[in-house]
Write a protein that binds this ligand. Structure first.
Ligand code: ATP
Ligand code: MG
Length: 169
């Protein structure tokens, strides 16, 4: 491949990267988002689901009942996944291939240790380029790739949750 082609390819890659970042920044333009209800959390998830282009890894962090699953359900809906309600609480991962893009929903809460994660083929999931949405990703931080988009959810009262995006920039 010639240098000019390589340059164009890398310019395209950069342009794509910037347009994706802009979409995330548009959602979180005013910084952290306060959601006032489970429905609002799902709505935020839908907005995120709509801008995903494939291969993103999202690490969802928050205490028990913070709203990680609600956010995930919204993301699934934004990706037009049919059976978005399924929760992986009792299995480590649920794979959805009927939406706009393939997406796998993980929950690390029930992982015994990191080796269990590699035992179910974590590296393959990363290589495949599916979107990965990981609840309790903070329990296995070393397994998460460098470009993970971290979404932190904090309780702010019975029905209020603060959602912060950390792209590690
Ligand atoms: N603003 C809000 N956003 C999301 N959930 C909310 C909100 N307000 C109240 N809730 C309630 O909080 C709970 C969130 O549950 P959810 O299963 O989504 O949390 P989770 O973070 O996935 O918990 P777990 O750690 O057990 O997996 C639900 O009972 C929901 O009705
Ligand atoms: Mg959950």
């Amino acid at each position: 491949m010639r240098v000019t082609e390589l340059t164009i390819q890398s310019d395209n890659k950069q342009a794509k990267f910037h347009s994706i970042m802009q979409k995330w920044h548009k959602i979180f333009k005013n910084g952290p988002i306060l959601t006032h209800s489970p429905e609002e959390m799902k709505q935020l998830g839908r907005e995120i689901g709509k801008i995903l282009h494939g291969g993103e890894v999202l690490g969802l962090v928050g205490n028990l009942g913070a709203g990680k699953t609600h956010l995930t359900q919204g993301i699934m809906e934004g990706l037009e996944v049919g059976d978005s309600a399924a929760s992986p609480t009792f299995s480590l991962v649920h794979e959805h291939t009927d939406g706009r893009l393939p997406v796998c929903h993980f929950d690390f809460y029930r992982l015994k240790d990191e080796s269990e994660l590699y035992g179910i083929g974590w590296d393959d999931y990363l290589d495949r380029g599916d979107i990965l949405v990981v609840e309790w990703a903070n329990l296995c931080p070393n397994a998460m790739p460098h470009d993970t988009k971290w979404v932190l959810i904090e309780h702010q009262g019975p029905t209020m949750r603060l959602v912060t995006l950390d792209m590690g920039e």
